[in-house]
Write a protein that binds this ligand. Structure first.
Ligand code: CA
Length: 516
């Protein structure tokens, strides 16, 4: 062992020497020899010790529903572990706040207009360069388990076992390279079982792994698992301050959306009709759990406001029940990493594909550049590298994930990726020229939620949004108005800042090659 170590050291110092003095023939020759010998000797003694990367992503998990971010509505002790043992990033933004497009950004490190996946009904072009492909080529074992939702089959993964499309909350038939596999049970638990099984039996122990463990939950229509049906039963969930936003402080699009708790939740969403695809036992438990409240609803005489409040409680409780299962199952995986000894050399990331409205502005869903859906949770644990309990407030983006993974793995980042590695931030060394603004672009319209396309720029203090198909603008002062209730775009005193932000916006659109 020592002998090999010495050979490598000689080779390394020799390279330096030969670079510094290329005219010296003899040392260069001996360097080539030592290099050859060390390469020949290496595989017998050293396995690839680069860190494993476990990427945990849920779907539609807003930061407001994570206790490490100060949630007023729930507790997430297992996700919080990653904050305690690693870093909590308070300002991670997405480039396009919607499921499939966000996933495509993470895979490619490119904005939607360049990776081609702008709206959910697109099919992801798996022929293009992606981070799993680059990691795989560098010697990582790559695996994907859970939600994928990109239309085409995954590429760049040694192993995959995915939900078909959105996938159901119960009894999913999942897709693998060999065909469809039917499962019985609760999807959040099944995805975790498959993940633990792969970690235990599917892993090539000679290689580091890149594992994407991706939940469907807590995506609409929020069906809790059998163990979680009675959570929050006798609890009143606090309402957000902006539940009754009347949109009078904004441009026209906010009032025209179809994603309000008041008007757009269906009987399925509210569990007023029994879920489909459950077996008799599951259906009985499910029906029983909602019976009392549904009976109450039949007798109740609500005011308009009272009915919105009732719907908010029912919606948010189901949403939180789904998160309780995600949190428990993240805990199972973290426990496995500890028990197996993998934790020490595994970088664990927890995030969501985007943020979410838990009743803020009267909404569920995502899409807008307003903070709740624009920001996404992000925790990263990296033993020995990240100081436990650290917090970062620099502007990070999901656009940065691909480059961050490559940086962690020591793989060269392709020049056409558009993000920046977060590794310097993780180690407390934010570069002085780190981004001071973020560019956003949302496309999907009109279906399903009638949110007008928009792009915009967010700086430390301001957010300028352009609903470009109808040429309407909004400007928010996030310092004075953190809930974004009143656009000051048209105010006389805003002229200078509007001009400055418009310049910044043009610059970002040019930088990211967004000419649409
Ligand atoms: Ca989503």
């Amino acid at each position: 062992m020592n002998g090999v170590f010495d050979w490598q050291m000689m080779a390394v110092s020799g390279i330096k020497y030969s670079v510094l003095g290329t005219s010296l023939r003899l040392p260069t020759l001996s360097v080539s020899l030592t290099l050859l010998l060390s390469i020949f000797l290496l595989p017998a003694v050293a396995k690839d010790s680069r860190p494993n990367i476990l990427f945990i992503m849920s779907d539609d998990h807003g930061y407001q529903a994570i206790s490490a971010y100060g949630s007023k509505v729930n507790k997430t002790p297992n996700i919080d572990r990653l904050a305690k043992e690693g870093m909590r990033l308070d300002r991670c933004f997405v480039t396009n706040s919607i499921c499939g497009p966000a996933r495509a950004v993470i895979l490619t490190g490119k904005y939607s207009h360049l990776n081609g996946y702008t709206v959910n009904e697109k099919v992801f072009n798996g022929q293009q360069q992606t981070v799993p492909k680059l990691l795989q080529a560098s010697g990582y074992q790559t695996a994907l388990i859970g939600k994928w939702h990109l239309g085409s089959d995954p590429t760049g993964f040694d192993h995959w076992h995915i939900l078909q499309g959105q996938g159901p909350y119960y009894n999913p038939a999942m897709k693998t390279a060999k065909g469809i596999v039917k499962h019985t049970g609760y999807t959040t638990e099944i995805i975790t079982d498959l993940t633990l099984d792969w970690l235990e039996k599917g892993r090539d122990k000679e290689k580091p792994f890149f594992l994407m463990y991706q939940h469907k939950a807590p995506h609409r229509n929020w069906q809790p698992g059998p163990k979680y049906l009675d959570h929050y039963k006798d609890v009143e969930i606090p309402e957000p301050e902006t539940l009754f936003d009347d949109y009078s402080g904004r441009a026209s699009p906010a009032a025209k959306q179809k994603m309000s708790i008041a008007n757009d939740l269906t009987d399925d969403d509210l569990k007023l009709s029994p879920p489909k695809g459950l077996n008799p036992e599951q259906l009985e438990a499910f029906t029983k759990a909602y019976q009392e409240e549904n009976d109450f609803l039949k007798r109740a005489r609500f005011t308009k406001e009272g009915f919105i409040r009732w719907k908010y409680q029912r919606y948010v409780k189901d949403y939180l029940r789904c998160i309780d299962a995600v949190d428990d199952n993240v805990g199972r995986v973290l426990d496995y990493l500890d028990k197996s000894g993998l934790a020490e050399n595994t970088v664990v990331i927890y995030t969501s594909d985007q943020g979410w409205y838990l009743g803020e502005h009267g909404w569920y869903d995502k899409r807008w550049m307003y903070e709740e859906s624009f920001r996404t949770p992000l925790f990263i644990r990296w033993p020995g590298k990240i100081k436990p309990g650290s917090v970062n407030t620099d502007m990070a983006m999901n656009l940065d994930f691909a480059e961050t993974f490559l940086d962690i793995a020591g793989v060269k980042v392709p020049t056409d990726m558009q993000g920046k590695s977060l590794v310097p931030l993780l180690t407390g060394n934010t570069p002085t020229d780190w981004r001071k603004s973020v560019y956003y672009h949302y496309y999907e319209f009109p279906q399903p939620h009638h949110v007008h396309p928009h792009y915009g720029i967010r700086t430390e203090r301001y957010k300028l949004i352009h609903f470009y198909t109808i040429d309407e603008w909004e400007l928010f002062d996030l310092e004075k108005d953190p809930q974004e209730m009143k656009s000051i775009y048209a105010e006389e005193g805003s002229k200078a800042i509007v001009e400055e932000l418009k310049k910044g916006l043009v610059g970002l659109r040019k930088q990211y090659e967004d000419q649409e």
